[in-house]
Design a protein around this ligand. Structure first.
Ligand code: TZP
Ligand code: MG
Length: 212
């Protein structure tokens, strides 16, 4: 658990293989960091465990020299094997770990995050002792097709009732980020609006500017 380090993280960037499959992951990590990304998640859902570890190791090694934490989506063992800082689990990933094994399975993780889609899930995650939560998808997004948007109302609710760091996520663009910040978010997670930009560094920097 690493609350102090997380407290400084405002812009959560991703290396999502759906968007950057052909690119060198170390280069993408450096581009994100140059734009001011404070924490990086490796999201490689269609990759095998071994491929995910290999990918994560390259990102961890690039991010290490900038002290930017790297979090692995879903795969606790990959996070451990790649020397990543932590893991991000969805509601189902969390539920899939037998209750009695959770503390042990997560004991090596410095940072544990969880996706939440309602105030109840957010408060439960806080009670469970996770280090941060994602709240979303705030807006519709092609990165998570079929997920029901929760709207800025949930951001407002979480901002007033949850004390652990939360990142608003889902469909956030430079056009709508103002609504998310106005609702009380001080941290955002952005996938496609950064990775699909012609200049990832510039896109990240533009988001970062809105957070300062
Ligand atoms: N969890 C909730 S929404 C989402 C995830 C991983 C996708 C966010 O991607 P984008 O492209 O920033 O909408
Ligand atoms: Mg998951």
């Amino acid at each position: 658990m690493s609350t102090a380090r997380l407290a400084q993280c405002r812009l959560y960037g991703f290396i999502d293989t759906t968007y950057v499959d052909e690119l060198d992951p170390g280069d993408v990590a450096r581009e994100l960091i140059a734009g001011g990304v404070d924490i990086i998640q490796v999201r490689a859902k269609e990759r095998s465990h071994a491929e995910r570890v290999e990918l994560a190791m390259r990102i961890v090694s690039a991010a290490f020299q900038y002290s930017v934490p790297v979090i692995i989506n879903d795969d606790i063992d990959a996070a451990f094997e790649a020397g990543a800082d932590g893991v991000h689990l969805g509601q189902m990933d969390w539920a899939a770990i037998p209750r009695g094994e959770r503390a042990d399975r997560l004991s090596a993780m410095r940072i544990v995050g969880r996706s939440t889609h309602s105030l109840e899930e957010a408060l439960t995650a806080e009670r469970d002792g996770v280090d941060y939560i994602g709240v979303g998808p705030v807006f519709p997004t092609a990165t998570k097709p079929g997920a029901r948007p929760v709207g800025v109302e949930l951001v407002r609710d979480v901002a007033s009732k949850v004390k652990i760091p939360f990142f608003a996520i889902g469909g956030i663009t430079l056009d709508n980020v103002g609504q998310v910040l106005e609702a009380g978010a001080t941290r955002i997670a952005v996938v496609s609006a950064i990775l699909k930009a012609t200049n990832c560094t510039g896109a990240a920097a533009a988001f970062k500017k809105r957070l300062c």
